[in-house]
Design a protein around this ligand. Structure first.
Ligand code: C5P
Length: 220
């Protein structure tokens, strides 16, 4: 069908930041607003998909008709994604997952001291693990970089076994975190590079989803 190209398709989107707690009051996080991921979930639903949105903490009201699962930490996000992955047609990992978490969690508030050292340990790279487990799924990653955009993005596309990567420059006006607009580039594992002008995040979402259609395997 023309305007329901994702009918009977299952789309899983991750969005927002993760929170990695230090004690009951404090956590490590990043500036992700979740807007890009929520826009993708909303547009995928409009295109007819069954949508699961796995979201870190955001201030956004979830789109209607989308199943939302809230998580805090990267490890929780990983567990939830794995529960659904086998059955999903398109995975879009828009979440800004914290690369590290504190080694120790203190049940009591950490007291004021002159010097505090926080030891961090690496979180699982969810997308990398999904790339290893990939069968029929179309796998889409994001690369938010401040420099050497294309080079880093191509590396990620390969090392994480992705079909597509969406590149956005952070720290630029009108692009990246918290903005309503984004300036994206899509790089595919077929060697295509498509640059888009500054667009509303909804429009970016439509472009990303349209591109994924070309990668859908004919399983039905
Ligand atoms: O390597 P980098 O973190 O820049 O890659 C970004 C992409 O990888 C995003 O799609 C992000 O959701 C995903 N990612 C992940 N798990 C991590 C780190 C990043 O799934 N621990």
């Amino acid at each position: 069908e023309q305007d329901m190209p994702l009918k009977n398709k299952k789309v899983l989107v991750t969005a927002g930041p993760t929170r990695e707690p230090l004690d009951p009051f404090r956590f490590i996080t990043n500036y992700s607003s979740g807007k890009m991921g929520y826009a993708i979930a909303a547009e995928a639903r409009k295109m007819g998909a069954d949508v699961i949105l796995i979201s870190g903490p955001t201030n956004i009201t979830p789109p209607k008709g989308v199943k939302v699962i809230y998580v805090e930490t990267a490890q929780q996000m990983f567990e939830e994604v794995l529960k659904y992955y086998g059955d999903i047609d398109i995975v879009i990992k828009a979440a800004a997952v914290s690369d590290y978490r504190p080694v120790a969690y203190s049940n009591k508030k950490i007291k004021k001291q002159n010097e505090v050292n926080i030891e961090l340990i690496k979180n699982p790279d969810i997308l990398f693990e999904l790339g290893k487990l990939k069968k029929h799924q179309v796998l889409v990653g994001f690369a938010a970089e401040t420099n050497n955009l294309e080079e880093y993005a191509m590396e990620k596309l390969k090392s994480k076994n992705l079909d597509m990567i969406v590149v956005n420059e952070i720290g630029q006006k009108d692009s990246g975190f918290a903005n309503d607009t984004n300036i994206i580039q899509i790089i595919t594992n077929k060697g295509e590079k498509i640059s888009y002008p500054k667009l509303d995040k909804g429009e970016c979402a439509i472009n990303i989803l349209k591109k994924t259609l070309e990668f859908l395997k004919q399983v039905d």
